[in-house]
Design a binder for this molecule. Structure first.
Ligand SMILES: Cc1cc2nc3c(=O)[nH]c(=O)nc-3n(C[C@H](O)[C@H](O)[C@H](O)COP(=O)(O)OP(=O)(O)OC[C@H]3O[C@@H](n4cnc5c(N)ncnc54)[C@H](O)[C@@H]3O)c2cc1C
Length: 355
């Protein structure tokens, strides 16, 4: 079988890349092993306009945030699902220092951060001694709707192969790749955390980061906000259900959930919430993060039939649509990729021998 593109992985990166390839009328196949704890199957999907303790604007905010809003809305309309919604984050200050830093940001006239006008508004729901601020608008990409709906679309078009891709079966010619009986002009790896083992890209500075979360039933909580106090609580599509997380570990021995996280988070919820809750599930995933917190996008400098769309780190919901579009435009129209994301910034390291 001859196709234009073979895409490995249908997390949020592979979803958006295959979406744009389809829009461009290209032939493609997606191979995905449906790993239950792949990052995109666990993420809260938050698209936060600010980041870090100082609440500074995220990288490329002016371009990436409107692009995400527009593209998720378009995808949602086409698939007839709710793909994105707007909320605000109620940030309950966990310490006097965090309160000061938030207020300083407001004084600096930072975008997206606001005083919350009625400081007693949430007293029937939460314990919070140090007050709260508000970050808005914050989007939620509903990955729990998007990933299965796009998968269904791929299946109905017979362009999804549900299996483990084995790189030992990949061979290259000067202008194409062959995998089993598939010959493709290019193969693009959107395989998340597993990409760190890919012989063509394993020298890239991946820095995988482990994160855990709980799914909690909290019937009494209004769903027009995301709530934050050390942890973040995000309303899920199922009424009364909440995503609660997360932690960030750069060093880990296992990708399994830990007793320590569960106990600590349950305790935090007991101390924070005034309404009852029950824990329904506990999961753990590995974020495909990178040392310099920028994604890896583009074609291999030595093997241009091989490409990568990976390294989305903690921000795949916002970065994936934007850089999938850049990747598609690069392959189809030779448009440049943003230099901070272009994988060719590592061309020297990627030119070393493959083993
Ligand atoms: C706890 C947690 C919370 C998070 N919260 C947020 C958040 O609120 N907002 C945000 O923007 N980001 C968040 N993230 C990060 C986000 O999940 C990632 O940035 C994003 O999902 C990465 O998507 P991806 O498609 O690049 O990789 P992945 O989601 O890992 O997808 C890779 C896909 O490739 C498949 N695959 C891999 N290897 C193979 C193979 N050999 N053969 C076949 N298939 C294969 C996998 O099954 C998977 O479907 C969170 C992550 C975690 C763990």
């Amino acid at each position: 079988m001859y196709i234009d593109y073979l895409v490995i992985g249908q997390g949020i990166s592979g979803t958006w890349l295959s979406y744009y390839l389809q829009k461009e009328g290209k032939s493609f196949l997606v191979i995905d092993n449906n790993k239950p704890n792949a990052s995109s199957r666990l993420a809260a999907g938050i698209i936060n306009p600010v980041t870090g303790r100082r609440h500074v604007e995220v990288w490329l905010a002016d371009e990436i945030l409107p692009f995400a809003w527009q593209s998720y809305n378009q995808l949602g309309n086409e698939l007839d699902i709710s793909a994105i919604s707007t909320k605000s984050v109620i940030d309950f200050f966990p310490s006097p220092q965090m309160k000061l830093s938030f207020q300083k940001r407001i004084e600096e006239k930072g975008n997206f951060v606001f005083d919350y006008p009625d400081q007693n508004h949430f007293t029937s729901l939460f314990h919070y001694e140090l007050g709260c601020g508000e970050v808005k608008p914050v989007y939620i990409a509903h990955l729990e709707n998007i990933i299965p709906a796009w998968r269904q679309k791929l299946k109905s078009g017979s362009v999804l192969i549900e299996e483990q891709f084995d790189i030992d079966n990949l061979s290259l010619t000067a202008t194409s790749v062959q995998y089993k009986d598939i010959v493709a002009e290019k193969i693009i790896f959107c395989d998340g955390y597993d990409g760190g083992n890919n012989p063509y890209f394993k020298l890239l500075p991946f820095a995988p980061n482990k994160g855990e979360l709980l799914i909690a039933e909290i019937p009494g909580l209004p769903t027009n906000h995301i709530y934050k106090k050390g942890m973040i609580m995000v309303p899920l599509a199922t009424p009364g259900m909440w995503w609660v997380g997360s932690n960030y570990h750069w060093e880990f021995d296992t990708d399994q959930p830990t007793k320590e996280f569960r106990e600590k988070t349950e305790q935090l919820l007991r101390d924070w919430l005034k309404v009852p809750f029950t824990i329904a599930a506990h999961h753990c995933g590995i974020r495909p993060a990178t040392l310099e917190r920028r994604p890896f996008v583009g074609l291999h400098p030595v093997y241009p039939a091989i490409g990568i769309l990976n390294g989305m780190g903690t921000k795949g919901s916002s970065l994936a649509p934007f850089f999938a579009r850049q990747m598609a435009d690069h392959m189809l129209y030779n448009h440049p990729i943003h230099p901070e994301a272009d994988v060719n910034r590592f061309s020297r390291i990627l030119s070393r021998n493959i083993s």
